[in-house]
Design a protein around this ligand. Structure first.
Ligand code: NAD
Length: 458
């Protein structure tokens, strides 16, 4: 589907106003399904980041935000949730054009974003302190106050959902935010800023500054006047960002990568399990931090599982996200090439490519960054393709013989974000779940219903 570039430059959102970049620089945003320019945005500079941080500080001190009753903050957030739902189709379509993901996935992401605002709206007026019994005659109590300006740096893979996950709790706590979306998929973050203003957020409370990691990202992470930083992205960049923040003694929340195991026993309900396993790796073309990118399969079920997964992978329909295919494109040429490099490494390491392993042979998709759903069989758990986050639709299949071996392989990873277990034996499931070192463990499912209410982290 050809989409014409919108000619006008879409401004940054700083202090409640759309502004061009201080140096008038722009950023072209590409549609990963076609390679065409989707939009042109102002590209935030170091000075723009500084202006956004200053605006956020002024808002913090203002009567309109700092002086607002917590319940009123919650009402604004509820209106934002409502407005996101009213504009759901527009937002989902934009997300699919910008990121490439199938429309039904974008629709889910938009609903999850709305739910974050709704959930945290209810928290705004329930942030309570303690009274502490020190000794008779002394009244000791704590008051929980907003920490200040929250800097938020988000990735391109779930922009509106992760934007909501960071912005909503910060607003509920009375903080103000400078949100820097990824230059690869920044469009819906600007919409969140727009919706905030429509729903009554005072100027400067939510500033949105699309830009590159090297300029806008470093300027924000190293800004001496931010009070807290939330980063979601790769480990390598996370480490750099944490160091920059540490220079100013700014506390950080880091949500980083994963190489999550899906452990499939031979006694599992196979139809359900295989659907779960395939979805865990092919959702968002594998560009998901919590993707089930390692399949640990009990050896006696190996042949059946590989045959059935191969058949499934071959039937998945690829196409532009807005056409709601089974799988959309990879975000960029660079990321596509990274995936190709990893598959080549897997081949050299001795893995067998039993499905995919190449770009699709379909002229209609040639302009986009498409890659076939790929299965790497006979993977050893120490191979690079079993250890490193590929961030594409590539499943590494590793066999095991018993629960001890499954636990050892599952834990042989520097990551530990989530894990899945598929078996009809509840004792086996709970025993293994308690041994796997990861933030969440799912049994006979993968993912936890959007996860808004649950803690998430490695
Ligand atoms: P990335 O680390 O390349 O970029 C993330 C963000 O950091 C972007 O906004 C980018 O512009 C910015 N950035 C890049 N370099 C920077 C620098 N030097 N200083 C400051 N900011 C900089 O990650 P990505 O490619 O956008 O996203 C994919 C990664 O994100 C994967 O590793 C994935 O696992 C992870 N992720 C984690 C979660 C989670 O909740 N744990 C969720 C989604 C994605």
């Amino acid at each position: 589907m050809a989409i014409a570039a919108e000619k006008t430059v879409q401004g940054l959102i700083i202090n409640g106003k759309r502004t061009e970049a201080s140096d008038r620089g722009t950023l072209e945003v590409y549609d990963p399904s076609s390679g065409e320019v989707l939009a042109i945005l102002a590209k935030a500079t170091k000075d723009d980041i500084d202006a956004a941080v200053k605006a956020a500080h002024r808002a913090l001190e203002s009567k309109e935000w700092g002086g607002l009753a917590p319940a009123e903050r919650g009402r604004i957030m509820l209106r934002m949730a409502q407005r996101i739902r009213e504009r759901a189709e527009e937002l989902a379509t934009l997300e699919s054009r910008d990121n490439g993901k199938p429309l039904r996935q974008s629709r889910t992401d938009v609903q999850v974003a709305a739910r974050y605002f709704e959930f945290y709206a209810g928290v705004a007026d329930k942030i309570m302190g303690h009274t502490i019994p020190v000794s008779p005659g002394i009244l000791d109590f704590t008051v929980r106050e907003p920490i200040g300006v929250s800097a938020q740096i988000v990735p391109w893979n779930y922009p509106i959902q992760i934007g909501g996950r960071g912005v909503a709790p910060a607003l509920a706590a009375g903080c103000t935010v400078v949100l820097k979306p990824s230059s690869e998929a920044p469009m819906t973050a600007l919409k969140l800023g727009e919706i905030g203003l429509e729903c009554g957020l005072p100027p400067g409370v939510l500033n949105v500054v699309p830009g590159t990691g090297s300029e806008a990202g470093t300027a924000l992470a190293s800004h001496p006047d931010i009070n807290q930083l939330t980063f979601t992205g790769s480990v390598a960049v996370g480490v750099q960002v944490a160091k920059m923040a540490a220079e100013n003694v700014v506390p950080v929340v880091m949500e980083l990568g994963g190489k999550s195991p899906n452990v499939l026993f031979a006694d599992a309900e196979m139809d359900l399990a295989l659907q779960g396993v395939a979805n865990a790796i092919f959702q968002n073309a594998g560009q998901t931090c919590s993707a089930g990118s390692r399949l640990l399969v009990e050896r006696k079920a190996h042949d059946e599982v590989v045959d059935r997964l191969t058949a499934r992978a071959r039937t998945l329909k690829l196409g532009p996200g807005v056409e709601d295919p089974d799988m959309g494109p990879i975000i960029s040429r660079r990321q596509l090439e990274t995936i190709e490099t990893y598959v080549a490494i897997g081949r050299e390491e001795g893995a067998a490519v039993v499905a995919g392993g190449r770009r699709p042979d379909d002229g209609r998709l040639r302009g986009g960054n498409f890659y076939e759903p790929t299965l790497l069989d006979r993977v050893g758990s120490d191979m690079r393709v079993a250890q490193e986050e590929i961030f594409g639709p590539v499943l590494a299949i590793i066999s095991f013989d018993d629960i001890e071996e499954a636990a050892a392989i599952a834990n042989r990873s520097q990551y530990g974000l989530v894990a899945g277990i598929w078996t009809r034996d509840i004792n086996k499931a709970l025993s293994l779940a308690s041994r796997i070192k990861s933030g969440q463990v799912y049994v006979n499912t993968y993912g936890a219903g959007g996860g808004v209410e649950l803690p998430f982290g490695g």
